[in-house]
Design a protein around this ligand. Sequence first.
Ligand code: GLU
Length: 296
Amino acid sequence: MRKSRIFTGAGIGLTALLALTAYNSGSPTDPGAGEGDGGDALWEVATDVQLEGSPTFDRMSEAGEVVIGVKADQPGLGYEDPVTGERTGFDVDIARWIAASLGFGEDQIQFETIPSANREQELINGNIDYYVGTYSMTPARDEVIDFAGPYFITGQGLLVAADDDSINGPEDLEGKVTCSVTGSTPLQRIREEYSGEVTERQTYSECVEQLKAGQVDAITTDEAILAGYVALEPEELKLTGEIFSEERYGVGIADGDTALKDHINSLFTEGGDVWNALFEKHLAPAGVEATQPAVD
Ligand code: GLU
């Protein structure tokens, strides 16, 4: 078990911003083949895939496409360029890598942006084949869906204005207003375990807008998500304090689809090189530190 650490020293600011900008503008030229920093293919699209006993795989095969739930406003993890529509980030590439392992290239992927609060229901309804988007594996969620993974571990942190020295941890939130997202584990934890006023939004980028407008004092969610916002605006935003939970990210799949779960878990177990390349490309530039966790 390890916790991800984020370095927030002044040194990462500009470099991180440039790196983030660089990867945001880079796009895989070969549809379906993920690329590392050097432009080399990280994976091939598998052919003649069989996955006995997976209703999800049967549905994808029949449709000739895979529908994947992701986030669109989390730079470094799940981001959609508002101008070009291009999707980038660690989670999005993990999603592409899984699709390729099942025989689906980029032109057979349909991404759906789904907020935290709607994830379980979209999986239960069968509207998406799987979900990759900072999705913590929790016992409550596990009751209604299944998870492959974990593929990444981070922890709950706090984001404040760069010039705010009054908040140094969740115990300083009394008398402050904190923003988080509906249906997320950090929202629940901050409400149940700490004092202060809490306001909720559908997305973290809405919380960032509120913070920049001075309408809230802090934002709480996973540090890996918050680091992406800091990397884009290091003059205005900063992380504060230590992480105060463990968030283990899994791939959300339909309840009971053990064949798909086993397939994804084997991909993660055997794909350490791909994981490292994606981590270096998307999360290391924002100062995130982590190693690949073992799957459950
Ligand atoms: N990992 C947390 C969760 O799954 C927070 C991030 C998110 O809302 O996606 O609830």
